[in-house]
Design a protein around this ligand. Structure first.
Ligand code: COA
Length: 296
């Protein structure tokens, strides 16, 4: 007697979250089209970490691949969440800003080059303090310059999420794609608890963290554009669709009046619950035109 073979989709899928930064970047590019810029064999590492007894990494946790996506010139810049929580230091920040600036220069010279940022980051690298802050300011300026010519697409997959100054950088991008496992927020849970106490925010309460910072909430609030399952092929397809769509009519960060109005309408005299925020904010930005729930 023979039995039909049923292989559920989830068994076959390739997890994107389980890939390291380099493999994530490679999985998004047209096969055979890419080369790595300032790779680990160039050994440009942080000069500040060894002085604090921390082993540096030869790529400083930032991977830059130049190649093509959907046949269009592209640069993918991926932060390695497994190294110092993907935090931005002097070197990793310079790599990201320089790669974005090269894409802007190419775009100005007629070769439109899109950028994809894979952000797994705790923000400014605390051990590099002001240099990290400066690096993020440069990255933000570089995103603003490039997005005049070509889309900047941010993917936040997990497990670190995207926090601190890099959440501001993500906010400047043309599109934000998140998985349900991903988190996006300005002050990280650890920092809120440390600064304001456990009554304000319990950083061990995972349900609370994801209700506020999680991908589902962020997309439902309209501050991210696309919720996609942790599947490398599906994430690559979403990125390709945004590359092909080109620039949004209006960038989210240009909608100052809309967000000012929303913040003005918040009643801060009582605790705002995440579901109410979804209902009042959800889906009213102009950039979330492709939003349609989880992409399966
Ligand atoms: N710089 C350097 N190291 C950082 C970092 C940063 N910005 N953010 C996190 N790390 C480190 C943590 O200290 C921890 O190190 P350890 O393993 O040696 O203890 C490691 O990365 C993992 O962080 P952890 O908090 O254990 O993981 P998590 O998944 O529970 O939470 C974050 C990850 C990013 C949400 C959390 O670390 C956090 O809230 N960080 C602060 C983010 C923030 O507000 N940044 C503002 C800076 S501008």
């Amino acid at each position: 007697m023979s039995y039909p073979t049923v292989i559920p989709e989830f068994v076959l899928r390739q997890s994107f979250i389980e890939l390291d930064a380099r493999a994530r970047a490679q999985s998004l590019m047209d096969p055979g089209s890419w080369r790595e810029l300032v790779g680990p064999f160039d050994r440009i590492e942080s000069p500040w970490l060894p002085e604090q007894g921390i082993a540096p990494q030869f790529d400083d946790g930032c991977v830059v691949l130049k190649g093509a996506i959907a046949g269009k010139a592209a640069v993918v810049i991926a932060l390695e969440g497994g190294f110092q929580a993907g935090s931005m230091g002097e070197v990793s920040g310079a790599k990201m800003a320089a790669a974005l600036d090269l894409a802007t220069r190419d775009s100005q010279n007629g070769k439109k080059t899109v950028a994809v940022l894979l952000l797994e980051t705790g923000g400014v690298r605390l051990q590099e303090a002001n240099l990290g802050l400066n690096a993020i300011a440069e990255v933000m300026a570089s995103i603003l310059a490039l997005r005049q010519h070509a889309p900047v697409i941010t993917v936040i997959a997990g497990t670190v999420g995207c926090f601190g100054g890099m959440a501001l950088a993500a906010g400047l991008s043309s599109y934000i794609v998140m998985t349900p496992e991903a988190r996006l927020g300005l002050n990280g849970p650890e920092v809120i608890e440390q600064e304001s106490g456990i009554e304000e925010f319990d950083s061990s309460d995972r349900a609370l963290i994801w209700a506020i910072n999680g991908g589902e909430q962020r997309v439902a609030m309209g501050v991210a554009d696309e919720l996609v399952l942790d599947d490398a092929q599906k994430i690559a397809a979403i990125v390709r669709s945004h590359v092909e769509a080109g620039l949004p009519a209006v960038h989210r960060s240009q909608q100052v009046d809309l967000y000012r109005e929303r913040i003005r309408a918040l009643d801060t005299s009582r605790q705002i619950d995440p579901l109410t925020l979804r209902e009042t904010w959800g889906g009213k930005t102009t950039v979330s035109k492709t939003r349609k729930g989880v992409t399966r």
